[in-house]
Design a protein around this ligand. Sequence first.
Ligand SMILES: Nc1ncnc2c1ncn2[C@@H]1O[C@H](COP(=O)(O)OP(=O)(O)OP(=O)(O)O)[C@@H](O)[C@H]1O
Ligand SMILES: [Mg+2]
Length: 496
Amino acid sequence: MTDYALKAENITQKFGAFSALKNVSFDLKVGEVHCLAGENGCGKSTLIKVINGVHRPEPGARIGFGSGQSAGHITPSDAKRNGVHVIWQDLAVFPDLTVAENITFDSFVASPLKPVGSRDRKRRVNEIIARLDIDLDPDELVGNLSIAKRQLVAICRVLDADAKIIFMDEPTASLTRKETESLLRIVRRLSAAGISVVFVSHRLAEVLDVCERVTVLRDGNLVGTYPTEGMSQKKLSKLMTGMDVHEEPRGPQTFGETAIEVKGLTRRGEFADVSFAVRRGEILGLTGLMGSGRTEIALTLFGMNKADAGQILLEGKPVSFGSNKDAIAAGIAYVSEDRLNLGLIQNQSIINNTAITVLDDLADPPVFLAPSRLSQLCTSWIARLKTKVSDPRLPVSVLSGGNQQRIVLAKWLATNPKVLILDAPTVGVDVGAKAGIFEIVRDLAATGMSIILISDEASEIHTHADRCLILRNGRIHQQLDPADVDEEKLEELINA
Ligand SMILES: Nc1ncnc2c1ncn2[C@@H]1O[C@H](COP(=O)(O)OP(=O)(O)OP(=O)(O)O)[C@@H](O)[C@H]1O
Ligand SMILES: [Mg+2]
């Protein structure tokens, strides 16, 4: 007989007249790794919030943990008592506290009158770190750690609080390939220890790799729950989108004049002797492992960092950027990979976020954009990017993660650049929307825009780049036409 850690039935969640979840059921076995999958805005994070007592579903719902009684809704303290924890994308760790203080934070808050002696605290922290077999220094300040390590701290913290069910909402979205592998290893270890993990990710390969079952939602409806054994990525994307997602390779194109050229670009410790040119209408793929210099080159092209040597030419003329403001004025746009932190001002409206580049950076001296013009600009890009927005005056924080990504893209497209640098543009974006974003990128190229596409997804480069540079240790290692190799070969070359 199967032991269930959680059973949830008939979950309907409304926000005003809008139903984010319609009659959804979900169950979780003890020690199971279970994926929640579906397009941006389908209700994954909302379901997590219902099960954690953040939202109260409509009457008729039943939610129960283990062999306990089920109830119509869950309070946050019910969730805690039953060992249910969520690790959100922002991780909610405290940068000014040490690793050990962060890990034992919950138990400290739970019984402040019985402060845990620092020796006891250390012992418990070391025990958890050893159990997970990870490399963390208990005395280090969390503010000094990488995202991946902060995530480990967040995992240790819920283990210290005796978690039985851990929800991880897109835990791998901002991790490198290596960090992802190590996280998946830890997830397997948790599962072997009898802890159930609910895992949300838009990277279908890792979903099929680490999860035992996958529950698919579409527009707030349950499509079904399936074993991952025997499931293909293609079948899973069809379940998520209801369509066959199929992207045709771009095929041969004709290009215009050279729009941007770099010669011998060097920045000590980051990249050296980088030379390439991108013509109008061309999509250049820039790939290589994290740390190979991709993002660093982009930051220099965008005026954020100064080169130590070499030249940047725009339409044949040498340029020198004192700041990104200069780069924007010269017609360069950069969609950063760190969209969660750099991309948006969460409490500002969707309109203002879309218009922010136009308002702050281009307007020097500041010009006044009439509200009607602003809203027009915003709605046209929202429509082109098929962003699900009920009202553009709402704060950007109410949008689902993937739809926030599209707003970041929109705000840069609103600057109408000559050269658009896209750094990992589809991280956290669902399969259907990925195809949509590339459709737009191709349309932009067709208007004569030059695109530099930075990505470590071989399939993206293979399908969409006209030419590709593979970077290794800050140097161009190889230049190739993606059409000359198959996708597996390209993947091999990137990861070699
Ligand atoms: N507090 C809220 N008020 C109004 N609408 C909301 C609220 N929270 C979520 N929504 C809406 O509910 C829908 C589901 O959102 P949810 O965040 O659950 O999506 P998701 O499946 O997690 O998507 P993503 O993959 O993009 O993170 C979206 O249309 C979202 O805008
Ligand atoms: Mg979400």
